[in-house]
Write a protein that binds this ligand. Structure first.
Ligand code: TRP
Length: 446
């Protein structure tokens, strides 16, 4: 039955390694770049409440389902569905995941490239002494300049390919373990510092005080999309990672830790950013939604960091850590495509990676040059493909996969207790699929 080579499959060496790698995939630009501007555009507190609800009743069950499918099948998503449901069309979910991976990489790596520009600009000191209005101007000038963003994109995608060729353990675990805690530390310090600024409370209010009149079907759709995007679920990334998790590891506990970290970091980024907007721009009479676009972090965070002594070093450091967080995410997305090429198309890993990087680059360059392409890839992958993938993944586990497989995976063949099993089953069979379907229908038809 083995579709791959006869070598034993690589696996994560420790429990911490699993969580670090999965959290490394989940935590990235989605939390620090995408979450704040989506929250800003879609009404602040109300968006946050719906986002948190989506994480809990849809995101967590989908993540557990992906881990479970991956570990029981020991395959890439496409191969996993072929193995668990022979002769049935479920493998199409795997194919959709590969498509989503292409789309995500093609715009995400562009933003990752922006972080490299900002490492460079911070290091050169060119962000110094600029107010938010000037920083916005600078961001726009850079973004719509065609050649620098293409250059940084190319550097980033090649870097990602290089790490993926190095393999799972060496490639991924090594980097995430050291640098993620540093990023966390920096974000916490920034959030604490920002709260001491005059005018910060308006920002907190914007983030935490829900104005429910702001909720529309579109806002709900975007909160759902953001939840999927941020957790790296809905396209099989975590099926692939699940296939590398050892049999003795506790899947639901792992999922819970990853979801917890990911959500904490997103909210933390919000706490660092929104009070800063209000504190920094009160003079200019800035309206939040005017700043809230794809440039948000690139404007507010340098402003905060440069307002303290040593800003140049802090800003350089911050963007380095952000680039690393982005890298651990791009690796995980590329991994989906590469594992598929290796196990299903029988390419060697190196060649698979090169082909994948080459084809992503074509779409990536288009998304640098045409904002419309960028927005289309961003919107469609997060708000449509991922929830659609998640919908089928929970249906698969809830209604198709044998109860025994689910039970064995969640109890590690009966050796640990899974007290939440009935709740989990209820969520994957009813709540999650119905919720996704409703959000989808209203969000897209309105
Ligand atoms: N979750 C990552 C972030 O927030 C991005 C990401 C990595 C992703 N792998 C994914 C998104 C798989 C969707 C699916 O930055």
């Amino acid at each position: 039955m083995n579709t791959g080579s006869s070598l034993p499959r690589d696996s994560f060496s420790t429990k911490f390694g699993v969580i670090a790698a999965a959290a490394g995939s989940a935590i990235g630009l989605g939390n620090i770049w995408r979450f704040p501007y989506e929250t800003g555009v879609n009404g602040g507190g109300a968006f946050l409440v719906i986002y948190l609800l989506c994480i809990l009743i849809i995101g967590l069950p989908v993540m557990i389902s992906e881990f479970l499918i991956g570990r029981s099948a020991q395959r890439n998503p496409y191969g996993a569905f072929k193995l668990l449901a022979p002769g049935k069309p479920w493998y199409l979910i795997g194919l959709m995941g590969v498509l989503a991976a292409f789309m995500i990489l093609a715009f995400y790596t562009v933003v990752a490239g922006w972080t490299l520009e900002y490492i460079y600009q911070s290091f050169m000191g060119s962000l110094k002494g600029k107010d938010p209005v000037q920083l916005k101007q600078m961001f726009d000038n850079f973004r719509y300049d065609s050649y620098r963003p293409v250059l940084w994109f190319a550097i980033f995608i090649i870097l990602t390919g290089w790490v993926v060729i190095a393999g799972i353990k060496n490639g991924i675990e090594k980097y995430t373990k050291i640098l993620m805690p540093l990023l966390l530390l920096m974000l916490i310090s920034m959030a604490v510092y920002v709260l001491t600024l005059p005018g910060a409370s308006a920002g907190l209010e914007f983030l935490f005080k829900p104005d429910f009149s702001k909720i529309t079907p579109e806002v709900i759709l975007k909160a759902l999309g953001q939840a999927f995007f941020s957790l790296s679920i809905g396209m099989g990334t975590l099926i692939t990672y699940g296939s590398y998790i050892k049999k003795k590891e506790n899947l639901s506990g792992t999922a819970l830790s990853v979801v917890g970290f990911d959500t904490f970091i997103a909210v933390l980024a919000g706490i660092a950013i929104f009070p800063a907007i209000f504190a920094l721009t009160s003079v200019e009479n800035f309206d939040v939604t005017r700043l809230a676009d794809e440039g948000l972090v690139f404007i507010t965070l340098p402003s905060i960091l440069y307002s303290v002594p040593g800003g140049q070093i802090l800003s350089t450091m911050f963007f380095i850590l952000l680039a690393v967080a982005a890298l651990t995410s791009t690796i995980s997305v590329l991994e989906v495509i590469v594992t598929y090429f290796v196990e299903e198309l029988k390419l060697v890993r190196r060649k698979a990676t090169i082909v994948a990087v080459g084809s992503v680059s074509v779409l990536g360059v288009l998304s640098v040059l045409f904002t419309g392409v960028f927005s289309f890839l961003n919107f469609t992958s997060a708000n449509i493909l991922l929830p659609l993938g998640g919908f089928f993944i929970v249906l698969f586990v809830g209604w198709f996969l044998s109860r025994k497989v689910t039970q064995d995976e969640l109890t590690n063949n009966g050796t640990v207790r899974a007290r939440m099993l009935p709740v989990y089953l209820f969520l994957v069979r009813f709540i999650a699929p119905i919720a996704i379907a409703i959000v989808f229908l209203y969000g897209l038809l309105n």
